[in-house]
Design a protein around this ligand. Structure first.
Ligand code: HPA
Length: 272
């Protein structure tokens, strides 16, 4: 079965299980699966039950596709995502985004846990992703999928400006403070050396992680509207001699900030 047929097969399977087409897709990053608990009348589809979906092996990633209501809209949320560092190809990493696009979902919310490289940032901060830098292989390399989008997709506005505006308005109403910045996506799985954190800052990054960027490239190729948020889980600009980067600390820090992000996503979805 070729890639296009796999996308269609997964989409057909998912569609057959849903009472109605979702309005919004959500990807929940490390430690951020909490939002999924707020989804009303959930239909939970483990990835293992969906044709062509991979297993989620990353820490803090559960591995369910969840349909239900959030903010009065029908949403389809990925509780856990696929990463390049898990050994999946870029086609595999981004298959769920293609499937959501094929289902006709036009708005995508992505989230992740990320290392802070802007010295103003603190652990637990939420950062609106205003732009991104791709340091991974581009997921669109290969024959262009004309049915989704053009060979050379525009990436001038990867993150939707209206959604960013809405987020800021809601954050103000809810008294949630926000950072805003550029997300750098690397392959991982090793965390960055101090020299690499410094380098990412110099090239214009504010936060660094191992996901999101391929998903957003594929979503934009398919003309989806994208909103992205990082939860800052370390301060990668200020390592003391005894600091070590640890995945469990990342998940814990993300979990603590997850409630704020849940409120923002819910109210943003309500306003769509
Ligand atoms: N680097 C890369 N990915 C991450 C980090 C980091 O410091 N923190 C959480 N995800």
């Amino acid at each position: 079965m070729n890639y296009t047929e796999k996308i269609k097969e997964s989409a057909t399977f998912i569609k057959s299980r849903l009472p109605k087409n979702p309005d919004v897709a959500i990807v929940l990053g490390s430690g951020l699966g909490d939002l999924a608990e707020q989804i009303q009348n959930p239909i939970v589809m483990p990835y293992a039950s969906i044709p062509n979906f991979m297993q989620s092996t990353a820490v803090g990633h559960k591995g369910n596709l969840i349909y239900g209501e959030l903010g009065g809209k029908a949403v389809l949320a990925m509780q856990g995502r696929f990463h390049y560092y898990e050994g999946y190809s870029m086609e595999q990493v981004t298959l769920p985004i293609r499937v959501m696009n094929a289902l006709g979902i036009s708005t995508l919310f992505v989230s992740n846990a990320a290392g802070g490289i802007n010295p103003e940032f603190r652990v637990g901060d939420l950062m609106i992703i205003e732009d991104q830098i791709n340091l991974m292989p581009n997921p669109l390399v290969g024959k262009n999928m004309e049915e989704f989008g053009p060979r050379f997709p525009d990436m001038t506005r990867p993150y939707d400006l209206d959604l960013i505006k809405t987020c800021k308005k809601i954050a103000e109403q809810q008294d949630i403070s926000l950072q805003e910045g550029v997300y750098v996506g690397g392959t991982g799985p090793s965390y960055e050396t101090p020299a690499e954190y410094k380098y990412f800052r110099i090239i214009g990054g504010d936060a660094v992680g191992m996901s999101t960027v391929p998903e957003v490239i594929v979503a934009r190729h398919g003309s989806m509207r994208v909103f992205g948020m990082s939860v800052i889980t370390n301060e990668g600009f200020n390592f003391t001699h005894d600091f070590v980067n640890d995945e469990n600390d990342v998940v814990e820090a993300a979990g603590k900030a997850a409630k704020k992000m849940t409120v923002l996503f819910t109210e943003m979805i309500r306003s769509l």
